[in-house]
Write a protein that binds this ligand. Sequence first.
Ligand code: UD2
Ligand code: MN
Length: 574
Amino acid sequence: LLLVMLWISYKLFDIWIPSMKMPAPSQYTYEDMIKANDDDIWEPAVRTHNPTQPQEDVHHEQELEDKLEYVDKLGEFGVAVELPEISDLVTRQKVDGGYQRHAFNEYVSNMISYHRALPDVRDPRCPGIPTDLLPPTSVIICFHNEAWSTLLRTVHSVLNRSPPDLIEEIILVDDYSELEDLKEELNLYMFEFEKVRIIRTAKREGLIRARLLGSQAATAPILTFLDSHCECTDGWLEPLLQRITDSGWNTVVVPVIDIINADTLEYKSPGENLSKGGFDWQLMFKWIPSETDNSIMPLATATMSGGIFSIDRDYFNHLGGYDPEFDMWGSENLELSFKIWMCGGTLEIIPCSHVGHIFRSRMPYTWAGHPNSSAFRKNSIRLAEVWMDDYKKYYYEIVGHDQQLDIGDLSERKKLRQRLRCRSFQWYLENIIPELFVPDNSFATGQLRNVGAKTCLSPSYKLNSTVKGVAMQHCSHSTARQWPYWMYSHQSEVRYSTGDCLTNLDETHKVLLDRCHGYGRGQSWILRYHSKQLLNAISSKCLGIAEDGTSVEMQICDYEDPKQRWKFVKHKKE
Ligand code: UD2
Ligand code: MN
């Protein structure tokens, strides 16, 4: 009997093994990896199938065979490429150089095929979509100094994984890149791809005006925007186009944006935990966990992250595109999101469409020699002034009233809002993003100052990204600088401007910042009026400063201790 069972399990295994066969990056030696980058930095280490071969008629089995061919090439199926310990200096410099230029691992990206296969991350319930009634789209990809291999992988992922009839063109807008290969080299490379057009700006325009240029050049009825370091997965496009077709020109759609790891280029989908778009009072886009779990239905979202979406071209123009005075980067995603909702449209995430994106922790480029933040701040102020009505005051309370910055003329954008007869920002807050905490609902707001130490409570990012620490820092006295901004809410939370709450972990003296959960407990604080102590509900201890003078901890309450006294202090208007 044992033998029979062994035989059966062997047979079963034998059958199952081919379909489970996954690439094994570890079988590559260190030398292989070095060679991949030495041979020719712009060619992928491993060429897979013929790039010019059209994909449409591939029979399913053929497709499977092709896939098996990919097995054991680096990064295939989105598997992480882990670099071994690097001992020689030259390679180290190459790796570091890649990070410096792009804030992701260009060295690893160069090893991976431009045509690598990706896992099918779709929910099995996602239906097949007939393409004959769908409108074609112009794909617009703006870039400034993008890495060659990521740019090409973006383009090929569109060509390889979209029904050809639905791609009218791919418009690459080169926003004044300085990297040489992005000019002649790119022209040459793209020459054989009829659908690819390259537009170049005459000066650095920034991503927003570059997109406007792309949209003006586009000829298809639907515009689809991508960042220049994306990878589209199988069936990414059809659900986007179908939704616009079904629900009308004023529906704007965003795919699920999967994560391509910036170090290993691993492709990962968040799975069932879909996130929606929100924002905070610093006017930064934020992901917020959605409450509807595991549905394949379109999911309304208050904002889009900005890089990847499809929109009816006429509707984009009807809404006035983007504010053409936005510089470099930022705020255009919120501008368009606010506008869509306030002026009669709908913004949705389409769970059956997946596109990957390399998220990076720092911006690798600069703007006109100025620090990046001034361009971004100008955009934020324009956004707040035109679209946020009285609520703009909260933005200014946090970032200060910067009198120096020239934000340009706003009259055109204000006229646009009038012409479109858009609703108020209050309507948007109440109906589209009711979960956003409005500083209105606070007893006190401002810097949280320690009376004894005369320093201020600040977030500190030493811990990992989901749980952030807090520490004491110098208080800022400048009116034109951003402050750590706290709100003492009517629910007794001490909220940070980004939507996190000061939290006393159960039964410890530890204090940190964690997502506000609304259940009180470790996030419930009593601000005692006379003693100015911040007493936590769960530990009945008081917030204080530790021996080292910068750490914050929970302490036995002591009326005498000035370092347990706290005060909310506001920006003074000039
Ligand atoms: C996110 C968006 C991005 C944009 C931005 C806010 C996603 C996945 N990405 O930032 O599309 O909406 O938020 O503005 O949602 N670029 C230029 N010229 C410039 C600067 C950038 O063409 O002066 C290009 C750049 O090469 C890239 C794209 O614009 O392809 C977006 O820039 P990013 O990748 O640095 O922005 P990201 O993803 O952090
Ligand atoms: Mn990006």
